[in-house]
Design a protein. Structure first.
Length: 353
């Protein structure tokens, strides 16, 4: 066996041991010839360190493969650079695209995202999700869920965690980011009335959905403001199959020449039903949807629809959440993201009788 006299370290052994246990801030300070406080300021990106010193500290960090203890730093600052997201379903295009916008915007701000899906939309499930996110140490929570699951009187939020709600009637309890549902609906109805249709029929979403309620209310107001008859709305559940079933009913009304569907998937089923009943689109019936899903331009015919900017909704959620975190105060009120009408080939002039 070979060794060194007097138990002295072999060349390079000290550095190897340091790498095994991880270099400390004191190690970096010693190699760079500065104080630990200076290393801390460089590590945290603070100003007040001259460029020559900063470069020397960074070089020492690289040499020693120094990894700042982000958990300890987070505890010291009281921030974890993580945003929690609670959502009921990832099966809808809107939720997935909003989540993508949240994740992209958070990453640009140096934040991670922790996703907490809720299997069953109940108060207990939502409360449990908040509790689990609190244990995972998040700075803010973005909730993509209907408002009736957010009874603030029964929810115990983790301390110092700020909340943003997506697409919900949260009133003044939380910060809300929402698509301009009413504005988009008005644009859809006016487009059809401007084409000469006497009124606009409506294929509504589920009655317990606040988004569906808003679109139905705005449709009704737009017709009333224009002095037009308000037909009894048909109702679906957001799916193409429900749109097909409702479409068979609507196709049986010869005076139905224009339909506003509350989402594109139901509009797809409606198009199929009208085709099966010999009602041509748009020659006999004009159809307009809501969402502008990626496939809507490939429907037959390509679907006129209201475009929602889900990515912008996600970005503004992160913006609101981080503003609350940095200011240390909760926000209230609603931020509306504008919609725009995308005119394709499923709408046309009212048929002549």
């Amino acid at each position: 066996m070979t060794g060194t006299a007097g138990g002295a370290s072999a060349p390079g052994r000290g550095r190897h041991d340091r790498g095994a246990r991880g270099a400390s801030m004191a190690d970096v300070a010693r190699v760079a010839g500065v104080s630990s406080q200076t290393v801390s300021r460089v590590s945290n990106g603070f100003s007040g360190v001259n460029e020559e010193t900063r470069e020397r500290v960074l070089a020492a960090m690289r040499e020693l493969d120094y990894r700042p203890n982000s958990a300890a730093r987070a505890l010291k600052r009281g921030q974890f650079h993580t945003i929690g997201v609670i959502t009921f379903t990832l099966s809808t295009t809107g939720n997935v695209r909003t989540l993508e916008g949240i994740a992209t915007s958070a990453a640009q701000e140096g934040y991670a995202v922790t996703l907490m899906p809720v299997a069953v939309p109940t108060q207990d499930e939502v409360r449990g999700a908040f509790t689990r996110l609190g244990e995972l140490a998040v700075d803010a929570v973005i909730v993509i869920m209907e408002v009736h699951l957010l009874d603030s009187g029964r929810l115990t939020l983790p301390p110092h965690v700020q909340v943003v709600v997506v697409d919900s009637d949260a009133g003044d309890r939380f910060a809300v980011v929402d698509t301009d549902q009413a504005g988009g609906t008005r644009d859809a109805v006016r487009h059809l009335l401007d084409l000469g249709h006497g009124t606009v029929w409506h294929l509504a979403g589920p009655s317990d959905s606040y988004a569906a309620q808003r679109r139905t209310a705005a449709w009704r107001r737009a017709l009333e403001d224009a002095g037009r008859p308000v037909p009894e709305p048909a109702r679906g559940d957001w799916s193409a199959e429900s749109g097909y079933r409702a479409g068979l009913e609507l196709a049986g009304h010869p005076d139905c020449t224009a339909v506003f569907a509350a989402n594109d998937q139901m509009a797809l089923g409606l198009l199929r039903a009208l085709n099966e009943r010999g009602r041509r689109v748009p020659d006999d019936v004009s159809v307009i949807g809501f969402d502008d899903i990626p496939e809507s331009g490939s429907f037959l015919p390509p679907l006129t629809t209201v475009h929602q900017d889900f990515g912008e909704v996600g970005r503004r959620c992160v913006e609101s959440a981080l503003r609350q975190v940095r200011q240390g105060a909760a926000e209230r009120g609603t931020t509306l993201v504008p919609t725009r009408l995308v005119v394709r080939e499923s709408t046309g002039p009212a048929p002549t009788r």
